[in-house]
Design a binder for this molecule. Structure first.
Ligand SMILES: Nc1ncnc2c1ncn2[C@@H]1O[C@H](COP(=O)(O)OP(=O)(O)O)[C@@H](O)[C@H]1O
Ligand SMILES: [Mg+2]
Length: 476
């Protein structure tokens, strides 16, 4: 915009100046012609009335200064009336008489016109020739034309040097340029202000969009963009972004649904598998006992006891497995009630050796809406994992902390264990994922489920061989 205004002002300037120049030139040309005509009419009337014979050699007597009886025929008189110098040359270009003679001593009969000028006058259709030259007080236009006798035969050349006085035009031009300058100055300022406002208006909405886009991450709920009166293009952009958010949410929903179904399928398969495992050895054992059963065997009582013991153990194992899965499956809805989180965690940690598991809190009491037994289960699971992660060569040092901040409550469990290797990080919250021989792999998935039931988040930092910190974040 600024560039355009600037360009326009330059173009107008150039056009105007050249227009003015042309007009001024035209004006002077016409004026010179008018004056020339007037001088010629005057000269003709003098020639008609003179008592001298009208021919070249007599001209200097006819126009001689102060020599005329009538007082009008002198060339200086003529010059004064028409307000311009007048020179008369003979046809060969020698100066016959000049109104400037008494002023300029250089002008005398030795003053000769260049033959080119003489030729040009003859060649031109109107028998007239105008040359321009730059004098010290401005531009001169000098016209040359014939003076005729009564028979229209050229007898001399009339030369009228004319000072093209452009001060009037110059002044006018200056005035105009000044006005133009003022107008364009204000236009310029206006353009700057307008482009500033416009660009700010555009960048403001763009930067809002930009900010929201920057905050966008795929692991949390997408925020829609709402802008107060955005312009059309940006509105379009925002609309398509919002539509994308909707679609994303929809597909995330579908994905979650899918994942849940997949998880349940896996779970069912796993349960079937775990329960079938001990069934085969049980069946074999019963079959062999049945075959070898001998009521007369004196040891039969002891053998039967052993057999029954083994069966009971297997059945217990199956029941343990079944209840672990049902625990996981029938995670009850969180029963939220206002309670003291510090107290709850402290009581959950009573089971552990205080030299191995320490507890800190930044407040005596942190009141919060939560399900007591579920949070205790979370702490128990995390602390159990933490203790299990510490290699035998080290003394366990577990720190449990609860911290109330401005808008959030943080619970952390830090251990000095072996850490979580890179390839396991993405999977540890999956049900049935374990790296332990005896593990069920359900602990962390239960923890995650509980935390999410409380509208919280759980994540962790881990450094191999240094330790792991699990962080739970609740909104107050
Ligand atoms: N504090 C920890 N330090 C190192 N690894 C851990 C920690 N907590 C959990 N893990 C890893 O996450 C896996 C899953 O844990 P979890 O769901 O509790 O099942 P489990 O304890 O039965 O293996 C563990 O097998 C272990 O590899
Ligand atoms: Mg565990």
């Amino acid at each position: 915009m600024i560039g355009l205004v600037f360009l326009a002002s330059i173009m107008i300037l150039v056009v105007t100046v050249s227009q003015y120049k042309e007009e001024a030139e035209d004006y002077h040309k016409k004026r010179l012609l008018r004056k020339e005509t007037a001088v010629k009419v005057h000269i003709n009337s003098i020639l008609e009335n003179t008592s001298f014979e009208v021919k070249t050699s007599k001209l200097k007597y006819i126009f001689k200064s102060n020599g005329s009886t009538r007082g009008l025929s002198s060339i200086s008189e003529l010059s004064r009336i028409h307000k311009m110098p007048i020179n008369i040359y003979d046809l060969n270009g020698h100066l016959i008489i000049s109104s400037l003679w008494h002023l300029d001593k250089n002008l005398d009969s030795t003053w000769v016109l260049s033959p080119q000028i003489i030729k040009k006058i003859d060649q031109n259709r109107d028998k007239r020739y105008v040359i321009k030259h730059q004098g010290k007080d401005g531009e001169y236009q000098s016209s040359y034309s014939y003076i005729y006798d009564r028979q229209f035969k050229p007898i001399a050349i009339l030369n009228l040097p004319y000072l093209a006085d452009s001060t009037f035009y110059k002044k006018e031009l200056e005035e105009f340029l000044k006005n133009l300058g003022t107008i364009y100055f204000f236009m310029f300022i206006l353009a700057i202000i307008m482009s500033y406002l416009l660009s700010r208006y555009i960048t403001k909405s763009l930067s809002t969009v930009n900010n929201i886009l920057r905050q966008t991450s795929f692991d949390k709920q997408q925020q829609k963009i709402i802008l107060k009166n955005p312009n059309d293009e940006i509105n379009e952009l925002i609309e398509s972004y919002n539509k994308m958010v909707d679609q994303l949410e929809e597909s995330a929903e579908k994905l979650a649904q899918n994942e849940r179904e997949q998880a349940w399928r896996n779970m069912a398969r796993q349960v079937a598998h775990e329960i079938k495992n001990p069934l085969t050895p049980m069946r074999l054992n019963i079959q062999s006992f049945q075959m070898m059963f001998d009521p007369n065997d004196p040891d039969i009582k002891q053998k039967f006891d052993e057999f029954a013991q083994m069966l009971i153990e297997q059945i217990d194992l199956m029941s343990k497995i079944a209840s672990a899965f049902s625990d996981f499956a029938k995670m009850p809805q969180a029963h939220l009630e206002k309670a003291d989180l510090v107290e709850t965690i402290r009581s959950a940690l009573k089971l552990y050796d205080p030299s191995q598991v320490r507890f800190v809190s930044n407040h005596e009491q942190i009141l919060f809406n939560f399900d007591k037994s579920q949070i205790q289960r979370v702490i128990a699971n995390l602390v159990k994992n933490a203790l299990q992660s510490v290699p035998d060569s080290r003394e366990p040092d577990i720190l449990v902390s609860v911290r109330e901040a401005e808008e959030k409550i943080y619970i952390t469990v830090t251990d000095n264990g072996s850490g979580i290797s890179k390839e396991h990080r993405s999977r540890i919250f999956e049900p049935k994922f374990t790296t332990k021989n005896s593990g069920m792999g359900l602990g962390l998935s239960i923890v995650k489920k509980i935390v999410e039931n409380h509208n919280g988040k759980i994540y962790f930092n881990s450094e191999p061989d240094v330790g792991t910190t699990f962080i739970i974040e609740f909104d107050k």
